[in-house]
Write a new protein. Structure first.
Length: 419
């Protein structure tokens, strides 16, 4: 029996509760387990005899989910472990996740396949933690180890949520991380780019200082345990975490609006997030529409000039046309502060939300994700469809993924406006 497969058995036995898992697995023990369980280099194609899989119904009345471990026999798992026990443990965990997510949507997430990959490949690269493709979740054994013992299954919840989303892009990540921060405030700090604009402006004005303290703690570089996981496991000021929790609770209406917008307008949400280069855009728009705008003390003339500068920068399409990754908000506010100096940072941030309110909120208070440049919009979506078609031809893609991907392409094309 290899050390890696022994770890796999241990991690599939691990309880999902975050508090219990954190007490049971300390930093040293986790590092040792991960050191024994790195993703293996991609090898030759496996034979059917080397793969173990079972079809298990997670939700009564739904189609069965394939639980698979590629290369199970090749890596010696069959010498010491009962594969049936391994996949049944995984199935029970995922059944709970699917039931939880089904309560927040009209249908259970389409989890048709769950693949535990000892080896990396083009679909799950060594530096990736997990990947949702088409009705399928792929993850390494090390990922399950961290997720069940440290993160309270947040990663698997995150990836399962992706399966119910209708397009690709940053808006999907924002919605999924919004689910994670509800479970634990540390995810807001770890993934702060998705929440910083709103949290710092409306709920935690000292968030920059909180982040400085959070990431100032020393971690072991080049250790088996990822830096993110080390930060998550280390003790942090309980009073501050309680304040972050309160901020997440206060953000709940905004997080619900993010989900609504992303589900109702998946193509526009993805396009606007990419065109502006702002990962948090949907949350920022939700705040502009649902919260009282922050106070502005700038003279009227300066205010008009600043909003015009913001509009000019925010409407640029270089990110989508030329492939740039420029945060238009940061760029615009640098220009505003340079041309209208002195403009304090908090006033610059307030201007951003006033711009969003003017740009995306109707006089009646409805959020409208309008896209003025329809030509660029169609080009962006068609480019993403081409990426999906390429992915469907990757070595190792399964029939389940290929069929689901083709259905997805057809559904997206129906939503794309005609020229």
């Amino acid at each position: 029996m290899t050390a890696g497969l022994f770890c796999l058995l241990l991690l599939l036995w691990a309880p999902p509760a975050l508090a219990d898992a954190g007490k049971r697995t300390g930093p040293g023990e986790l590092a040792r387990l991960l050191a024994d369980h790195p993703p293996l280099a991609a090898g030759d194609s496996e034979t059917p005899a080397e793969r173990f899989e079972r079809r298990i119904v997670l939700v009564p009345g739904s189609k069965p989910t394939v639980f698979a471990i590629p290369g199970f026999n090749r890596h010696g798992c069959n010498e010491c472990h009962d594969p049936e026990r391994l996949v049944q443990q995984a199935a029970r965990r995922m059944a709970g996740i699917v039931r939880r997510l089904a309560k927040t949507s009209t249908a259970p997430p389409p989890l048709r396949q769950y693949i535990i990959q000892p080896q990396a490949d083009a679909l799950l690269r060594p530096r990736q933690f997990a990947h949702a493709t088409f009705d399928t979740i792929r993850l390494f054994p090390r990922t399950i180890l961290i997720d069940t013992r440290i993160y309270g299954n947040a990663t698997q919840m995150h990836e399962t949520l992706h399966l119910g989303q209708r397009f690709v892009g940053q808006a999907n990540e924002l919605e999924a991380y919004g689910l994670n921060i509800r479970a634990d405030p540390r995810f807001l700090l770890l993934h702060y780019p998705y929440f910083f604009n709103v949290a710092a402006e409306f709920f935690l004005p000292d968030l920059p200082r909180i982040l400085e303290r959070y990431f100032a703690r020393p971690v072991r570089e080049n250790a088996p345990t990822p830096r993110e996981t080390q930060f998550f496991m280390m003790p942090f000021d309980a009073a501050t975490l309680n304040r972050v929790t309160a901020a997440v609770t206060a953000m709940e209406p905004l997080l619900r609006e993010v989900s609504r917008l992303n589900r109702a307008f998946p193509l526009r949400a993805a396009y606007l997030s990419r065109q502006t280069g702002i990962a948090s855009l949907l949350l920022d728009i939700a705040a502009a529409g649902l919260l009282p705008p922050p106070a502005l003390t700038l003279p009227e003339v300066s205010r008009k000039t600043a909003l015009a500068l913001l509009a000019a920068q925010m409407e640029k399409t270089d990110n989508t046309r030329l492939g740039y990754r420029i945060d238009r908000k940061k760029e615009a506010l640098l220009i505003v502060r340079h041309q209208l100096a002195p403009v304090k940072p908090r006033q610059a941030s307030a201007l951003y939300f006033h711009y969003l309110r003017r740009r995306f909120v109707t006089p009646g208070g409805t959020i409208d994700l309008r896209v003025p440049d329809q030509t660029d919009f169609r080009a962006y979506v068609n480019g993403k469809l081409q990426d999906i078609r390429k992915l469907l031809h990757y070595p190792g893609i399964t029939a389940i993924e290929r069929h689901a991907g083709e259905r997805g392409i057809a559904a997206i094309k129906k939503k794309l406006p005609a020229p």
